[in-house]
Ligand binder design. Sequence first.
Ligand code: HEM
Length: 132
Amino acid sequence: MTVTEETTPVSHYERIGGASSVKAAVELFYDKVLADPALAGYFADVDMVGQRRHLALMLTVVLGGPNEYTGRGLAEAHQPLNIPVAHYAKVGEHLIVTLTELGVPADILADVRTVLADVQDQVVAAGTRPGV
Ligand code: HEM
């Protein structure tokens, strides 16, 4: 059987416009995060050029695009930062607002919310999890 364009599902990544759209989203997202006084401090000593590139590559994978992510795992990168749930929620909202402003369709937003819920335990400090 030949796989045609009709039978191949189009990824979220392709639907939103590929690499240039992801790059635009990451720029807008970090502008919001860095303008948020509750969050800016986390990034004070971080190389934001590399950071934006890593998040763009990771967002690409989350949206079903090509996997070229070479950074650390989420737990490895975030556990040393001791991030409380409230700050995780703020970052998640900045991402959703960014994607909404860029016109990302509702079904893709819903999937991004699902991923945010799925990875929360890797990012949030282990000691702040209820029952831990
Ligand atoms: C789903 C949520 C998140 C995703 C997908 C994400 C993604 C990433 C990625 C891909 C990196 C780069 C890792 C590397 O370079 O090896 C990173 C680093 C970082 N993230 Fe996040 N992040 C999330 C949530 C957060 C939150 C909630 C905060 C702070 C409130 C945060 C603060 C940071 C900081 C400060 C770094 C740099 C760490 C360092 O260079 O040592 N992230 N994140």
